[in-house]
Design a protein around this ligand. Structure first.
Ligand code: SF4
Length: 295
């Protein structure tokens, strides 16, 4: 079906897959297989696509992910430099321990780019799957930062409070994440039968919920630490007929792949760039649905 595109005011978030890999094999990784064959990977082509998107939606958010964005600081710098200051920029990283690039060099990079980067999201899990840099290093990142923690399979529930204390010490908020591949429209807002949500509610103070058609966040307080439990669907297009009677593909995320290709969904759908130039905007439907999320 060839529907016109609609997206939220400001434009769909653009996730950029850096064209170089990490050195890890996390069991829940959905990106790893995309790095098995690096043929055609190109920083130049990615930068061309960043310019295309900037031309259409000059205030959308960019998220750099991988692979490992911090595995090649020169390439990351080139891509960051291609994003004008009208955009918010997020980086998902393990802030790796890696040969040939010290923690000091990575920290200096964050210092040099502190005006370009909105937040660095550092993956840390209750069960570590990668060699972790010391928490002091994460705390020394010069930009705002957050810890992303996937609660995967039979995660050790009895270690959650210690994990919260570990990051509370550095005033770094935590986003717990559900395994995306398991999320469906039916269970996105399910509460009673979500064991992770019930577990978090039993250990921390539930404060409120915000969400939209595509994703949500249950907000918790632990002492003075803000934590969220994030769920999102494993795709990013919703087909819906608007009040104008027109059926739209409503785009939440766009992707720039490692070879610079633009996709309109995580499921391998290429973006029709000329169609996106005519995208219809709607107000962002992310709303506070319960309680408070500002505390
Ligand atoms: S560090 Fe990230 S990209 Fe690498 S294997 Fe783990 S989840 Fe996948």
């Amino acid at each position: 079906m060839n529907h016109p595109y609609k997206t939220r005011a400001g434009g769909a978030t653009v996730t950029v897959f850096v064209p170089y890999d990490c050195r890890n094999n996390c069991p829940f990784c959905i990106n790893k297989q995309e790095y098995a064959d690096c043929t055609g990977f190109s920083v130049d082509k990615i930068i061309d696509s960043i310019h295309v998107i900037d031309d259409i939606t000059p205030a959308c958010d960019f998220v750099f992910t991988g692979g490992e964005p911090f595995a090649n600081l020169n390439s990351l710098q080139r891509m960051l430099d291609a994003v004008p200051a009208t955009h918010k920029v997020y980086i998902n990283t393990t802030f790796p321990v890696q040969p040939g690039c010290s923690a000091e060099e990575m920290l200096a990079f964050t210092e040099r780019n502190r005006d370009k980067i909105t937040c660095i999201n550092v993956s840390r899990h209750v069960d570590p799957y990668v060699e972790e840099s010391p928490d002091e290093v994460v705390a020394a990142i010069a930009t705002p930062k957050r810890v992303n923690c996937v609660l995967y399979l039979d995660y050790p529930s009895d270690e959650l409070k210690d994990f919260a204390e570990r990051w509370r010490k550095w005033h770094i908020p935590i986003q717990f994440r559900y395994d995306y591949t398991e999320t469906t429209p039916e269970n996105l807002y399910e509460q009673d039968n979500d064991p992770i949500l019930q577990d978090l509610k039993s250990q921390f103070t539930y404060m409120g919920l915000d969400g939209c058609r595509m994703r949500n966040g249950f907000h918790f307080r632990y002492k003075d630490l803000h934590m969220t439990y994030h769920k999102t669907l494993p795709y990013s297009t919703i087909v819906e007929t608007g009040e104008d009677g027109v059926t739209y593909d409503i785009l939440y995320d766009l992707l720039i792949k490692q070879n610079g290709e633009l996709h309109s969904d995580w499921t391998g759908v290429p973006l029709d760039v000329e169609k996106y130039r005519k995208v219809v905007f709607e107000p962002y439907d992310l709303k506070v649905l319960d309680g408070t999320i500002d505390f």
